[in-house]
Design a protein. Structure first.
Length: 116
């Protein structure tokens, strides 16, 4: 299983970014997919996950971020709106055959930096 994340960058507070994570080597449409983030000096934080069409969000993502998947492209997306400086982190995508095993496989991460 391989995950390739992209879409990070530098954006001003209030702006938006869309992260993508292309997956290969798995039965994509049946796997759970998710996003986590880790800021310097902080623990890894759950951001969002999707299993089939059911979505889950961490508290920091509710109301601002949207996770979605395109089974034809084997890609999961994270649309991030109304970005805040505290959203600055390395964002990693992850997958597993169940939500409980979401961290079985990890992508390399993409840096998101939000300036104030």
């Amino acid at each position: 299983v391989q995950l390739q994340a992209s879409g990070g960058g530098l954006v001003q507070a209030g702006g938006y970014l869309r992260l993508s994570c292309a997956a290969s080597g798995l039965t994509f449409n049946s796997y759970a997919l998710g996003w986590f983030r880790q800021a310097p000096g902080k623990e890894r934080e759950f951001v969002a996950a999707i299993k089939w069409s059911v979505v889950y969000y961490g508290d920091s993502a509710k109301g601002r971020f949207t996770i979605s998947r395109d089974n034809d492209k084997n890609t999961v997306y994270l649309q991030m709106n109304s970005l805040k400086p505290e959203d600055t982190a390395v964002y990693h995508c992850a997958t597993g055959d169940r939500l409980a095993t979401l961290g079985d496989y990890w992508g390399q991460g993409t840096q998101v930096t939000v300036s104030s």
